[in-house]
Design a protein around this ligand. Structure first.
Ligand SMILES: C[C@@H](N)C(=O)N[C@H](C)C(=O)O
Ligand code: ZN
Length: 232
């Protein structure tokens, strides 16, 4: 397995954000991408992505062989929800490892949930997804989407070796089409991919991220971009 750089790494937070102001779009419009409702919320926030990411997802869909589709699970996540996920998991880790320092808890938590300050989902620049057959059956990717490192004994890591051959082949297929469309993977989660955020900038060598945190503008599904220098 190659080096795993966690979201909590100081090199990620150090990357400046110059938000391009692109809107959020609803993935459900147009019906090109299959959408799973397991993360749905009253406002449909979960189904939103930055336009540039959605376009790339549609490119990736086109690269898949006949009979296989992307299954979108979660995109935009309001900062309050991100904080809730992060704190809940950090609490679990603290309870299991009372001897850990705050830094150890933060790093371990960021294997599975991004620190709220840099969260790509809250920028509309990350997507959790898997593969389905035409008849809606989820393909074997080795673990369920959102299996934690503890639950999956590390099999959630994209390059984990404790998964079967079919799951490995399906991960290769998913990685091939998403990388081909310009997305980058978070290596602790086979289902988490992003474009335009700080992690993407780190992996691709871009000198800044193009998407920072946004608010969902109710009704319009547009993004309210923060000040362009945010994160500098
Ligand atoms: C919680 C999981 N679905 C996820 O999205 N994790 C990444 C690292 C995140 O929170 O950005
Ligand atoms: Zn994710």
């Amino acid at each position: 397995m190659g080096e795993v750089v966690l979201m909590s790494d100081a090199r990620i937070a150090a990357i400046p954000v110059r938000d391009c102001g692109e809107p959020l779009r609803d993935v459900r419009r147009g019906g090109v991408i299959a959408v799973d409702e397991r993360k749905s919320d009253d406002e449909g926030a979960f189904a939103h992505l930055r336009e540039g990411l959605l376009n790339r997802l549609m490119d990736a869909q086109d690269l898949l062989p006949r009979g296989v589709r992307l299954l979108f699970v979660e995109g935009y996540r309001p900062p309050s929800l991100q904080r809730f996920y992060f704190e809940r998991y950090a609490d679990e880790l603290r309870a299991g490892h009372p001897e850990w320092s705050a830094e150890q808890v933060g790093a371990a938590a960021s294997r599975y949930v991004s620190p709220p300050e840099i969260a790509p989902h809250s920028a509309g620049s990350a997507v959790d997804l898997t593969l389905v057959s035409d008849d809606g059956r989820e393909l074997d990717l080795g673990t369920r989407v959102n299996a934690s490192p503890e639950e999956s004994e590390g099999a959630c890591y994209t390059e984990a070796e404790n998964i079967g051959q079919e799951a490995r082949a399906n991960r290769r297929l998913l990685s091939g089409v998403l990388s081909g469309a310009g997305l980058v993977n978070y290596p602790t989660e086979w289902w988490h991919w992003s474009y335009g955020d700080r992690y993407w900038a780190f992996v691709t060598g871009a000198d800044h991220a193009v998407y920072g945190p946004v608010d969902l503008d109710r009704g319009l599904g547009a993004a309210v971009a923060p000040s362009p220098s945010q994160g500098d």
